[in-house]
Ligand binder design. Structure first.
Ligand SMILES: [Zn+2]
Ligand SMILES: [Zn+2]
Length: 170
């Protein structure tokens, strides 16, 4: 186990271990399963799709400072989703370089952000727009989760409002 994802060949991001013991980035294997059904990219062993819909790991939410600027996209029903760490850093780098746009892969799709318009859209389907914003976890209102992993999964062992319960590891 060298810490790399067999799909994107990058360091594992939000690592998800399948029942067959193969490990992928959550978003990589989710992209594979949306197209091919819930089965392993390598050995094709099928698994319960709830693993993709409600992944058990909330490491993504636990890690990181509350005061660091991150990037968020609007939820379809109120509130904000935080981009995964890698994508958030790609966006932040482009923002600091004052690039007008930035493109990045999520799962099997390419998305683009236009900073002036504060919009994210799919590169091949520009009609699907979402508002984006730059904020910190301390200031973001109604954070729903990170990279499609809902905060409720984390709240189970947490009595308060979830966001305040996030721990700082930085
Ligand atoms: Zn990957
Ligand atoms: Zn496998």
């Amino acid at each position: 186990m060298d810490g790399k994802c067999p799909m994107c060949k990058e360091d594992l991001l939000l690592a998800l271990i399948l029942p067959c013991k193969h490990i992928f980035c959550f978003l990589c294997i989710k992209g594979h399963c949306l197209k091919n059904g819930a089965n392993c990219y390598i050995c094709k062993m099928s698994f319960d799709k709830s693993l993709i819909e409600k992944p058990p790991s909330m490491e993504a939410v636990r890690e990181g400072s509350k005061d660091k600027n991150r990037w968020y996209y609007e939820s379809n029903n109120n509130g904000w989703w935080e981009f995964d760490k890698r994508t958030s850093e790609i966006i932040e780098d482009a923002f600091r370089q004052e690039d007008p746009t930035v493109a990045f892969p999520i799962g099997s799709r390419t998305y683009e952000i236009n900073f002036e318009a504060k919009r994210q859209y799919q590169k091949d389907e520009t009609s699907k727009k979402r508002t984006i914003t730059r904020s910190t976890r301390r200031d973001i209102k109604n954070l729903r989760g990170v990279a499609g992993i809902p905060l409720e999964n984390y709240r189970e062992d947490n009595d308060s409002d979830g966001i305040a319960g996030l721990s700082d590891s930085e």
